[in-house]
Design a protein around this ligand. Structure first.
Ligand code: PLZ
Length: 446
């Protein structure tokens, strides 16, 4: 890890004067469509801290959206990526291959669920991995339809916009979208009309009914689901839902794809979140946490499915870039050495304990409707007191109050009313608790 002191430090207003200056240059030069949660410009980052250009040190509860699980300057990532940079930056794996790519695919075969023969293909972004999973599933099944779920998020490219459920900001004005994409209900326990205990069985029955009656199971190439829905609000499908959908896929020759781009690589206290209910997906998409901050993504799955695409059918100039592969090998080494699954589970214990305490302490009709998530993928859903009406304004106000105190938090959710916590798994427990203290004080500002 870089030598940044693991201490919060607020020296200026946030953003500070240097960030404000850079923001002006940014506004003039960077397209308006690219937003930022907090216009604080980064100077260095590592462990649980982001240091900005004004010398402020923010506690990081975002990990660059679940990416820097090993920290933003993990020793093994920096060491391996630097060595690779000095050797060669690129040849293109489709021109002359290199060992790092193969080694990442070997690691993926070991770490992903199931003991069947597996193969992988590497890409750059999460969206690209999801697109390729669809290509592979279509080539294998010779079918076209793709099933996704309410509140699902899979990316911003044309096909993945079609797969993503939320219109604003992801899709508005950007259509037309790819055809043959169908969306069905998911078991959102907190909001399921007959309660969380019925959500798994009822939602899976509804989803299956819609697939069979409206699409025809025999037309479906792939069912794609996030085992914990990320951008949609850290929704853990109610118990029983995922196994029922996976079983249905299996019975009908449909490729079951787990999109673990956000939930994978120790984030939820397991290598992959689908392990919690013993799910063995046919294909699994990974990105984000895989490479300690370098751009890399993968599709991994049953060898016979992965081999269905003809030679030359998959690829891309940069897919599995050697520096990104070296970073991934460093990140995986770090996860194993530091047992980051155990760290994630400890983070859950601390966070959920504190968040439940906060909820109990809030006056009657508390705004915290739900505390949920697994490992270091934890969220609170904020509602108008005494109701389940989403309170996006309170969520934004809380985030703002945290930012002002030097705690970086992110929001998410279809209704914009979920505050999510994704600290690097290597964050110190003191910083974790200090961040939660700041959040607790932020409630007083509501
Ligand atoms: N699948 C499950 O979480 C990316 C999106 C941030 P890319 N989530 C963060 C934003 O607003 O763009 C994501 C995901 C899941 C796919 C993706 C897409 O991954 O690397 O952003 O393309």
């Amino acid at each position: 890890m870089s030598d940044i002191p693991q201490e919060r430090r607020v020296l200026t207003a946030i953003p500070g004067p240097k960030s404000v200056e850079l923001q002006a240059r940014r506004t003039a030069a960077v397209a308006a469509g690219v937003g930022s949660t907090l216009p604080v410009f980064t100077a260095r980052a590592g462990g649980g801290i982001i240091e900005d250009v004004d010398g402020n040190r923010l506690i990081d509860f975002g990990s660059g959206i679940a990416v820097t699980s090993v920290g933003a300057s993990a020793e093994a990532v920096v060491r391996r990526a630097s060595a690779q940079l000095a050797d060669f930056t690129h040849t293109c794996f489709m021109v002359t291959p290199y060992e790092g790519y193969v080694e990442v695919c070997e690691r993926l075969a070991e770490l992903t669920p199931g003991d069947h023969a597996k193969k992988s293909a590497l890409f750059n972004s999460g969206a690209e991995a999801v697109e390729n999973a669809v290509k592979i599933a279509r080539a294998y099944t010779k079918r076209t339809a793709v099933v996704v779920f309410d509140h699902g998020y899979h990316g911003r490219t044309n096909l993945t916009m079609a797969l993503t459920s939320k219109n604003m900001p992801y899709k508005q004005g950007f259509g037309p979208f790819a055809p043959e994409v169908y969306r069905v209900p998911v078991a959102y326990g907190y909001r399921w009309p007959t309660g969380p205990e019925n959500a798994g069985a009822e939602a899976s029955a509804q989803a299956i009914d819609e697939i069979t009656k409206q699409i025809g199971a025999e037309n479906v190439a792939a069912i794609i689901i996030e085992p914990v829905l990320g951008e949609g609000g850290f929704i853990e499908p109610a118990k029983g839902f995922l196994p029922a959908i996976a079983r249905f896929a299996k019975d009908n020759g449909i490729v079951f794809v787990a999109d673990e781009i956000q939930s994978g690589f120790c984030r939820t206290g397991q290598w992959f979140a689908c392990e919690d209910e013993g799910i063995v997906p046919d294909l699994i998409t990974t990105a984000k946490g895989i490479a300690g901050g370098l751009p890399l993504s993968a599709v991994t799955g049953r060898a016979e499915i992965m081999d269905a695409a003809h030679s030359g059918g998959l690829g891309g100039t940069y897919g599995g870039n050697p520096v990104a592969c070296a970073g991934a090998l460093g990140a995986i080494e770090t996860m194993r050495e530091l047992d980051l699954n155990a760290r994630a589970r400890r983070i859950e214990e601390v966070m959920k304990g504190r968040l439940e305490e906060m909820r109990a302490k809030l006056p009657n009709g508390a705004v915290i409707g739900d505390v949920r998530g697994r490992g270091a993928m934890i969220a609170i859903e904020l509602v108008k007191p005494g109701t389940k009406d989403p309170d996006a304004a309170a969520t934004a106000a809380l985030a703002k109050a945290c930012h002002a105190e030097g705690l970086l938090v992110l929001t998410c959710g279809t209704y914009g009313n979920v505050l999510r916590f994704l600290p690097p798994l290597v964050i110190g427990e003191d910083l974790l608790n200090e961040g939660l203290d700041i959040l607790e004080r932020a409630f007083a500002t509501l």
